[in-house]
Ligand binder design. Sequence first.
Ligand code: ADP
Length: 243
Amino acid sequence: MMGGYGDVQLLKEDGTRLDGRAVDEMRPVEIKVGVLPAAQGSAWVKQGLNVAVCAVYGPMEAHPRKIQRQDRAVLDVRYNMAPFSTGERIRPGFNRRAREISKVTAEALESVVLLERYPRSKIRVEIEILAAEAGTRCAGITAASMALADAGIPMRDLVVGIASGKIQDTVVLDLDKAEDNYGQADLPAGICPNTGELVFLQMDGDLSIEEYNLAMEYNFKAAAEIHEIMVAALAAKYGGGEA
Ligand code: ADP
């Protein structure tokens, strides 16, 4: 949530951020697939201090019957933050925020998964945030698209989750916890790296048109970098260099 504490210093004299990053520099990203042996597909994403794990089960017959679609599969997406994922223990349970993030994540993934291949089926996508330091919905989306790929579910493209935002009237890429808490705006996006399509977009706080354009330029640049890491993670398990 954007706190809007305009007086908190988040940029240093030399224009770099408190953790030493340049304004257009993302946090380090590491990705692995096939981390959960029981799942059809799985992925682990570390982005800065965030850790997201995703498990994919299915396609399986959709139950109860009333959730079935005759012509396509349904995605059953659940985002959850582990109680130990933040310094202050989180009350377990499916709250309003988790429900909202699950819904927008499902919508992003529905844009790329070839659901019509699996009529009357369900694909379960479980995202668990093990460590949360701002940007978890983005790490979760990246992890989910990797776990779906690992499960062999056909997709038109992968989805990269990445956010830019505004701190001290300056547009920056990939806000960390302090920047998210005390910053002015946050613009998380879901980007298809091959098609350049946008399948998810939210905005918290205000950006001018110029600021929005710069934030999206940063998001697209980072998505290309993260895509390379995703491709390398798939190649590490399956061989090859194309995805
Ligand atoms: P995102 O994680 O996608 O940036 P938010 O902007 O809602 O989503 O949350 C920013 C950060 O605030 C989270 O990554 C997490 O570190 C922290 N946070 C969110 N919800 C809670 C909560 N219920 N208790 C403690 N910290 C939380």
